[in-house]
Structure formats: C-alpha cells, structure tokens
Design a protein around this ligand. Structure first.
Ligand code: NAP
Length: 459
C-alpha cells in the first residue's frame, strides 16, 4: 500500500508517514471490533463511563505533546493550547446524561403487563474524522458511542494522522480494551469498500460535502445509517440595536480563529446600514491586530492554513471576487509572513454580493465578506440564500426578535450575541448540504443506539 504522508504546514516537511491497512487487515480489524462488542455492551454502564472518562483524563496528561503535534500537523498556534476545554466539557456532559437518556422508558408496569422502550447499542460504529478540530470532532461521537456500548473504529484525516494514535494510546492506557476502540489508517478505497460491505452499523462522517456524498454512495443499499456533519457558510447578522463592539469582536474572532478553518466559522456578515461603516472600520482594525506567523512563536495569533492547497482555494476565491468588483480592505503587505503558500494574510472584503463564490461556497480560511442590509427581511433572505445551514449568529438586544428571526432561518443552530461555539447540551446538527443527523445532547445518544420495544405479558 502507498504510504500516506502528513505534510506539515509549518515548513512543508513530511512530519509523519503511515502505511494504510490492506483491505484484508482492515477487515480483520473490524472483525475484532465486532467480536468485542457484546462483551463491552454487557459491562455495567457506570464501568463504561468510568473507562471513557479515564481515557479522556489520560489524554489531558498528554497535553504538552498534543499541543505541539497539533501545531505541526495543522498549524494552530500553540498559545491556544489543545482542544481540552471542549473535549472535557463534552465528555462530562455526555457522561452525566447517559444513565437517564439510555434508561428504559416504561409505559406500563401493571399486574398484567410490563411494556417499555429500551435503547440498545448499534454494534460497531465507524468514525471518519476531519483535521480542523481533530480531537473535538472525534470526541463528539467516540464518547457517546462507547458509553452506549458500541465498539468504535476510527479513521482519522491524513493531515492529522497522529490524533487517532494519541486517542487510542490514551484510552488503552486507561483500560479500554484494544479491540473496543481501534484507530486505523485507511485510504479512501478501503474506507468505502468496508462501508459497502456492511462492516459497520453506523458511520459518523465529519468533513467536506464531496466526502459526505462519497460516504453516502458507499453506504447505499447497505442500510448503514450515515451521520453527516459537513461544511458550512455561516452568516452573522448585526441588527441596528446590536452592541457593536461585542459584535465585531465575536464575529471577527469567529471568522479568523483557527485560520478560519472551523465548520461553524463566520464566513459572511450582514450589517444594518446604520452600523455598517462603523462595523467595517472596527472589523478592519481587529484583523490588522492579528499576528500571522509560525505557530510555535508565542506572538502568533494566526498560524498557517493546514495545507497550502487549502490556502490556494481561499486565494482563488479572493482573487475572483476582487476581479468581479469586491474591495479588499487588508493590504497583504501588512502581514509579511504571507508566503504565497500555507501562510495566508487574512482578508476582509466589501462590495461583495452573492454572485461571488466567496459569499456562496465554503472558504474555510481567514476571509470574510461584509454586506450592508436595510432591514431584517433582507438579512433573512440573504442568510437563507446558501446551500448550507450549520449556524447563524444574530446580534441584537431584542430577545424576541432574535427568536422570531431564528425561526425563519434554515440552519442547525441559532446564536444570539455569540458565535462559533458548541454547547454539549444542544444538538450539533445542520440542514441542507451541511448534513444529516446530530451529535451531542441527549439526541447524540439516539444516533448511536436503536430503540428496542419490550412487550411482556405476565401470566
Ligand atoms: P474531507 O476532505 O472531506 O475529509 C474528512 C475525512 O474524510 C478525512 O478523514 C478524509 O480522509 C476522509 N475522506 C474524504 N473523502 C473520502 C472518501 N471519498 N472516502 C473515504 N474517506 C474520505 O474534509 P476535511 O478537509 O478533512 O475537513 C474540512 C471539512 O469538514 C470542511 O468542509 C468543514 O466544514 C467540515 N467540518 C464539518 C463539521 C461539522 O460539524 N459540520 C466539523 C468539522 C469540519 P483523508 O484525510 O485521508 O483524505
């Protein structure tokens, strides 16, 4: 098998290289996961929860290594630490609600009948994970899947090959059996062939729309349910009554954090005409204060994009928009670290419209377009004019209006006065091309279990 190379965005070097499993070795790994599942599910729930939490605790102990590796693998500045805050909060919340969510729901317990609805583990869960938040996106499914009694096979992104290894190392050190959670290195053909051969009972895919479509095609006819958490083009809307400074600060951070490589990053902003000039001026100042550079430099607040091919997509979108009349407000010379490759100067574009790719297609980089709107109706129309629907962020002091606007937006999550955040108690989900299904919250457990009805007549 051809080795998979992880090219570091820091300096273009080959940071890691792994040979993917052959199709036979991959099948054998899944067979081990299948054989281990019933025994794992038979353990008491409290024991599974304790082992999963111990695995996450071990992961925390590895923080210094993990933070450094993340910078090498995908360029995030080390000053931001790892993803431990979210990993711990999500693990804690899903552990807390597990007993109640998974408990049988009794509808009758009389001298004649005992009838109840139970939830049963699906079997072997397959996680296909992306590189952009490589620990968080995996944890969202890994934790509830294991707690619910499934075994898990993880295939991580080529850009973050070491993340799956670290997760497996931590969970195994904590006592989770090797066959209950396996990290495997797979190429696309073997990944799709396994899905097509009904190897799994559930596939959670987080990644691009194209990748999601390939997974759905691979699963066609196998009745393997795919959970698809795909791309986004998330809007922010700043109403006339917004707290302007807070809106600028949160929306620009939402657009630029992680070099814009966040599924729920802010990619387009609509501002009421009364605040538009002030918003744009402050947004430009906010971006100019960023420091683009080597992620190991303590001063850097913006690292390289994870791969120079991702930066090229963003450069092309910006160039096309500018050729079509958009105005770039940031002079790239302000960011001397821009090397024409993975290190990309952030950009703020005005004079944009929805005929431009930069306002319609996912950029997944440090660029944002800002448009002026005259009222809520225009903002709602523009926010909905997108193939995606992950989150939308509304800035206002009026709670009722935010909720009313939210009801008209085609999206998975509505934020008021915040953005770019996952609440473990709320379902992480999307509509339109952003995907199907949901993770986190009590609904996250429903994705990795199936209902089982018990209708017991007493004699
Ligand atoms: P990607 O290229 O689609 O890859 C995601 C994962 O799927 C990787 O492990 C990749 O493996 C694998 N993969 C891709 N195509 C495949 C195929 N045809 N067959 C088998 N496996 C395949 O996405 P990415 O670039 O890693 O991630 C960025 C995307 O993820 C963005 O669109 C972002 O919006 C989305 N995302 C969404 C969410 C959400 O919650 N909705 C969260 C995070 C990211 P290789 O790496 O080996 O190619």
């Amino acid at each position: 098998m051809k080795p998979i190379q992880l090219i570091s965005p820091v300096d273009g070097s080959v940071y890691a290289e792994r040979v993917p499993l052959t199709p036979d070795a991959a099948k054998a790994a899944v067979a081990r996961a299948r054989a281990a599942q019933k025994g794992w599910a038979a353990r008491p729930l409290e024991e599974r929860i304790a082992l999963v939490k111990a695995g996450v605790a071990k992961l925390n102990e590895m923080a210094p290594v993990i933070v450094e590796e993340l910078a090498w693998q995908m360029g995030r500045p080390t000053r931001f630490g790892g993803e431990f805050g979210g990993v711990n909060a999500r693990t804690e919340y899903m552990s807390q609600i597990a007993a109640e969510t998974l408990a049988p729901k009794v509808v009758e317990d009389s001298d004649k009948f005992r009838r109840y609805l139970a939830r049963e583990a699906l079997g072997v869960v397959f996680i296909v994970a992306p590189w952009n938040y490589p620990y968080l996106t995996t944890i969202n499914t890994l934790v509830p899947a294991l707690i619910a009694g499934n075994t898990v096979v993880l295939k991580h992104a080529s850009q973050t090959l070491l993340v799956g290894e670290r997760l497996a190392e931590a969970f195994h050190a904590a006592g989770v059996p090797a066959d209950v959670f396996q990290n495997v290195v797979l190429d696309h053909a073997t990944t799709e062939a396994l899905i097509g051969a009904r190897a799994f009972n559930f596939v959670n895919f987080t990644g691009s729309v194209g990748g999601g479509a390939a997974i759905e095609r691979a699963a066609a006819g196998t009745f393997t349910p795919p959970g698809l958490e795909l791309g986004g083009k998330d809007p922010g809307y700043v109403r006339a009554d917004a707290d302007l400074d807070a809106a600028v600060d949160t929306l620009m951070d939402g657009a630029m954090f992680n070099a814009g490589q966040c599924c729920c990053g802010i990619e387009r902003i609509y501002v009421h005409e009364s605040l538009y000039d002030a918003f744009v001026e402050k947004a430009v100042a906010w971006v100019k204060a960023l420091k683009l550079g080597n992620p190991f430099d303590k001063e850097s607040t913006l690292g390289p994009m994870a791969n120079k091919r991702f930066a090229k997509v963003v450069r092309d979108q910006i160039a096309e928009a500018v050729a079509a009349g958009a105005k770039p407000l940031i002079d790239p010379a302000h960011f001397p670290a821009d090397d024409g490759g993975a290190y990309l100067a952030p950009q703020v574009l005005v004079n944009v419209d929805h005929s431009m790719r930069v306002m319609m297609e996912e950029s997944f980089g440090p660029v944002v377009g800002i448009m002026k709107v005259k009222d809520d109706a225009e903002a709602i129309r523009l926010m909905n004019d997108s193939p995606y629907g992950l989150t939308a962020s509304i800035w206002t002091r009026d709670y009722d209006t935010a909720a009313a606007i939210g009801a008209q937006i085609e999206t998975g999550t509505i934020f008021m006065n915040r953005a770019d955040y996952l609440d473990p108690a709320l379902c992480w989900t999307g509509c339109k091309d952003t995907g199907r299904g949901g993770s986190l919250s009590y609904l996250g457990f429903l994705s990795v279990t199936r209902p089982k009805s018990y209708h017991l007549k007493k004699v």
